[in-house]
Design a binder for this molecule. Structure first.
Ligand code: FCB
Length: 419
């Protein structure tokens, strides 16, 4: 890569992302209930799940407490401090989610206090010159809904729309950009195919059903929000993988890659066609597919989670999305890197490829790094460190990582000096 300065389009959104459950603390929903029942098991299974280097580096993974979200980062009470940090980094957009279980803790009963809370948070975001992007469902369900099957219940689109409409009606004044669902395919794969997330099913029929129900939920709320306010911009935070055949010359590998690409990347869009004002892309994974289904990667460079780092993948994804002819926001991209040794290069390399896609016509208008803070990484708990800002979970002290200042420079100058 040459060291030529690369400019980003004027008005580009430079952001960071969080989700309610992973940072707020004090939530009660299907995940919090599941953690209590599974923390011992998850701690035990760490021995077989993670490589020796990971076990050695992160002994917290053997502690059941690692798997209890508890007070998390206490962001619910410390949001002002966290937003001050975001502002100091030159971030001009901020992605957060509203927690359904707080807003509708009992079926049909909405908690006005929680709406007030999020109203304050949004005001604090705007007051610091940041554009909020609000996600309405970042995976967690209120307990009453989980008991009725969550997204497997045919009435999920009705329940979701009722809650989401209430949020939009009450918080809409300060928000233009809405994200309906976060990564439906991650839930379908992890909860209903692999069976490792709540409700831990391994049932292909359930998975296919949830696929359709979540698509319907998105379509319904899209129309309803549009009816409320034509100007709202609505999208769906979709995880897209860069999929290729393991061996280009092998017909069966190519076939397997095409099928995988369809289910992982394309099917959800085809079920929700016409109901997107923009595309929200989350990029973490590159997969080389070997027939019949196996992903085999080179893994030359990996994060603390062992996820392959493959910046070029984002370029191919963005180029492919051009065909939809919609604005694109990258609403998540990041890595677990406790020592902060790889984050700067990770960010710069990904942005290099983003800029290249833009130069070749992809209408990318924003990039949100995952995450502002270290946080609770679902079934893996606290040990993976995704933050631009380090959180000491004992004292809750925040410490800005050196990489964050490098990211800040890019945000402030709206340009990247690669390399
Ligand atoms: C994404 C999720 C986000 C976070 C990152 C690491 O799939 O949307 O909540 O867990 O992965």
């Amino acid at each position: 890569m040459k060291n030529k300065t690369l400019k980003f389009p004027e008005g580009f959104f430079w952001g960071a992302a969080i989700s309610a459950y992973q940072v707020e603390g004090g939530n009660r929903n299907d995940w919090s209930e599941w953690e209590k029942e599974n923390s011992d098991r998850l701690a035990r299974e760490a021995k077989t799940k993670w490589a020796p280097w990971q076990q050695e580096k992160f002994p917290e993974m053997f502690d059941p407490q690692n798997y209890i979200s508890g007070r998390a980062c206490d962001h619910y009470n410390r949001y002002e401090e966290d937003l001050d940090i975001a502002k100091s980094l030159g971030i001009n957009a901020f992605r957060l989610s509203t927690e359904w279980s707080r807003i509708e803790p009992e079926e049909g009963k909405f908690d006005e206090q929680e709406i007030k809370h999020y109203r304050k948070v949004l005001k604090a975001i705007r007051g610091r010159g940041m554009e909020p992007f609000v996600t309405l469902w970042h995976w967690t369900n209120p307990v009453w809904l989980a008991k009725r099957g969550g997204p497997e219940n045919k009435k999920f689109p009705f329940y979701f729309s009722r809650y989401a409409k209430y949020v939009v009606q009450n918080l809409g004044k300060g928000v233009k950009f809405w994200l309906t669902l976060n990564e439906p395919t991650s839930v379908i794969i992890n909860s209903y195919i692999k069976g490792i997330w709540p409700p831990q099913k391994r049932n292909l029929l359930s998975a296919l059903k949830v696929y359709k129900i979540l698509a319907r939920a998105h379509n319904q709320i899209y129309q309803e929000i549009k009816n409320l306010e034509e100007d709202f911009q609505i999208g769906l935070a979709n995880i897209l993988q860069f999929v290729e055949p393991y061996n280009e010359g092998n017909f069966l590998d190519k076939l397997a890659a095409t099928v995988s690409d369809y289910y992982v990347n394309k099917k959800f869009y085809s079920l929700t066609r016409g109901n997107h004002d923009f595309l929200a892309v989350q990029y973490y994974f590159h997969n080389k597919i070997k027939f019949p289904w196996k992903a085999k990667n080179e893994n030359q460079e990996v994060s603390d989670l062992g996820w392959e780092i493959y910046p070029e993948g984002i370029y191919h994804i963005l180029k492919d999305l051009k065909k939809y002819n919609l604005p694109i926001y990258i609403t998540e991209n990041g890595l677990a890197d406790a020592e902060d040794k790889k984050r700067v290069k990770f960010i710069k390399d990904h942005l290099y490829w983003v800029q290249r896609a833009i130069a070749e016509g992809a209408d990318v208008r924003g990039y949100f790094h995952w995450s502002l803070l270290d946080n609770f990484e679902w079934d893996k708990g606290f040990w993976p460190r995704f933050g631009l800002v380090e959180v000491d979970y004992k004292t809750l002290e925040r410490k800005i990582r050196p990489s964050a200042w490098k990211y800040a420079k890019i945000c402030k100058n709206n340009e990247l000096v690669p390399g």
